[in-house]
Design a protein around this ligand. Structure first.
Ligand SMILES: CC(C)C(=O)C(=O)O
Length: 506
């Protein structure tokens, strides 16, 4: 059986821009349009509604200039209105060649919004299509609120389709304007229409109000739809449209008799660009493009990946230009750590791996996720501890207040004996060091001088990142460094200091 080609029309720049709070600049629209057609390779793009604004006019002009130089002009569409040809003139001036004419697909909309009869509406549409044709403009036609039309005024919808069969219309576009259809209705309605008009091209335009945008789109294709309207990251009016990435993945994996031109590998790049330009952040768990969707967190999954790829599915990250990651945290376990070490080209013996795992669990308890970039720092921190632990910092209180000197109370144990001391200082860490000096004075020991104190965070970290403090100490006999690692900077300095205390008492 020959496969059926489904057209993908991207409407990120029209319906997507109807996401509340989103407005793309002309140059952003041009950049997105180029990526959509050249990299993602969608068949068509809808780039604006006619007559919206001067800025929108310029945006359309920029895209049509570029499209005509690159043979894409027939793939660029503008939404127009039944307005005595004003929209048509607007789009012609902006250089566009294809109109997506917005008409009424339910009797309710026609009666209460346009206040017209079906015949009056059809006559206006006929005039519009003829005018467009005479000016070299191709027409696709939207039947707005078509889904409710099928539910409540089916006779009107079929009368409309009968009229359209006589018109030079390239595509009939069926929107589920309010996102109310169920998957079974989507199938049933489109099948009924396609059975009656097998030679007409029907696009299906779904919305995601019940989170059924993708399922409905897929059922629409199964029922015979010839094209789909999708948006990057599922942007669009209200809850948005069917998202490009997951719809494409479902088509490729579950509809073997269907072909599409869209290139999966470009999905992530386009999604990130649109995220940036729109300011609408991609949720971390958004299928295909979310930050976490190819990250295994539970150690049992990483372990299973090592054993015959037990936790793999067809949804491999590489298909979308992404990579599988293994999270580091409380529940990650040794297998996740090994996977990250492999990626960094590092090897640890069993004992070291055990210590690193333990430290990651401790850190995970505080910070939940430790990144791959943190790993070398954690390893240095843990493997630094080559001494017998004779000194333990048990507890401390550090105060910081306006107009008063920072102060501390510290409790430490030195070889089984516990000491507690209060002190003040120029800063919290200085106060902590003063308390230690007093304690060690009792033991007739002088602490080494602190000669350098450096703080850094692993590359690519954010504000809740781990923080590494490296302190250089100088005693009468030697100069040495210790490091501490924690999500809190003062705590990391205290860990480095505890190491120093152990070095001098060993
Ligand atoms: C403007 C129209 C075509 C639309 O996006 C819809 O009905 O969903």
């Amino acid at each position: 059986m020959s496969k059926k080609h489904i057209e993908i029309m991207d409407t990120t720049l029209r319906d997507g821009e109807q996401t509340s709070g989103v407005s793309f600049s002309a140059s952003e629209k041009l950049t997105i349009a180029k990526l959509l057609l050249e990299e993602l390779k969608v068949d068509r793009i809808e780039i604006a509604s006619a007559r919206v604004s001067e800025g929108e006019f310029q945006a359309v002009k920029n895209i049509t200039n570029w499209a005509s130089e690159n043979d894409y002009l027939d793939h660029v569409e503008v939404l127009t209105f039944v307005d005595n040809g004003i929209s048509i003139d607007w789009m012609i001036e902006a250089g566009a060649k294809v109109q997506n004419l917005l008409t009424k697909g339910s009797l309710n909309h026609l009666t209460y919004q346009l206040k017209k009869t079906p015949n009056q509406h059809f006559s206006d549409i006929k005039e519009n299509i003829a005018l467009a044709k005479s000016k070299g403009i191709e027409t696709n036609i939207y039947l707005e609120d078509w889904s409710n039309g099928m539910r409540n005024s089916k006779d009107y919808v079929f009368e409309f389709l009968e009229f359209l069969a006589t018109q030079p219309v390239k595509r009939v576009m069926l929107p589920d304007t309010l996102g109310v259809l169920t998957p079974s209705e989507s199938y049933e309605f489109i099948k009924e229409i396609k059975d009656k008009y097998p030679n007409t091209h029907f696009d299906f335009h779904t919305h995601n109000d019940y989170d059924l945008g993708v399922s409905n789109a897929i059922e629409g294709i199964k029922a015979g739809a010839d094209g789909l309207h999708l948006t990057i990251n599922g942007m669009g009016e209200r809850a948005g449209n069917a998202p490009m990435a997951s719809t494409i993945a479902v088509i490729n994996d579950y509809l073997p008799d269907v072909t599409i031109n869209a290139n999966e590998k470009a999905l992530y790049t386009v999604s990130k660009l649109v995220e940036n330009f729109s300011g609408i952040l991609i949720p971390a768990n958004k299928p295909i493009v979310g930050a976490n969707v190819f990250t295994q967190t539970a150690g049992i999954h990483a372990d299973g990946d090592n054993k015959n790829n037990l936790y793999f599915s067809d949804l491999m990250p590489e298909r979308f230009g992404r990579k599988r990651q293994y999270a580091l945290g409380k529940s990650s376990g040794k297998a996740n750590i090994q996977k990250n070490l492999q990626e960094l080209g590092l090897q640890l013996n069993d004992d070291a791996l055990k210590k690193v795992t333990q430290r990651i669990i401790e850190l995970g308890d505080k910070k939940q996720v430790v990144t791959k970039e943190d790993l070398p720092y954690i390893i240095s921190d843990v493997l630094d501890r080559t001494y017998e632990e004779k000194v333990t910092v048990n507890n401390y209180v550090l105060t910081h207040s306006k107009g008063l000197k920072p102060s501390t109370t510290v409790s430490i144990t030195i070889e089984g004996e516990t000491f507690e001391e209060n002190a003040q200082g120029d800063g919290q860490f200085d106060a902590f060091m003063n308390a230690l000096r007093s304690i060690f004075k009792k033991k007739k020991m002088v602490l080494p001088a602190l000669i350098d104190y450096a703080v850094r965070i692993p590359p690519g970290s954010n504000s809740d990142a781990l923080c590494e403090t490296i302190i250089t100490w100088k005693s009468d006999t030697k100069e040495f460094k210790t490091r501490g690692l924690d999500s809190d900077q003062t705590v990391s300095a205290i860990i480095a200091t505890e190491k120093m205390l152990n070095i001098i008492t060993n």
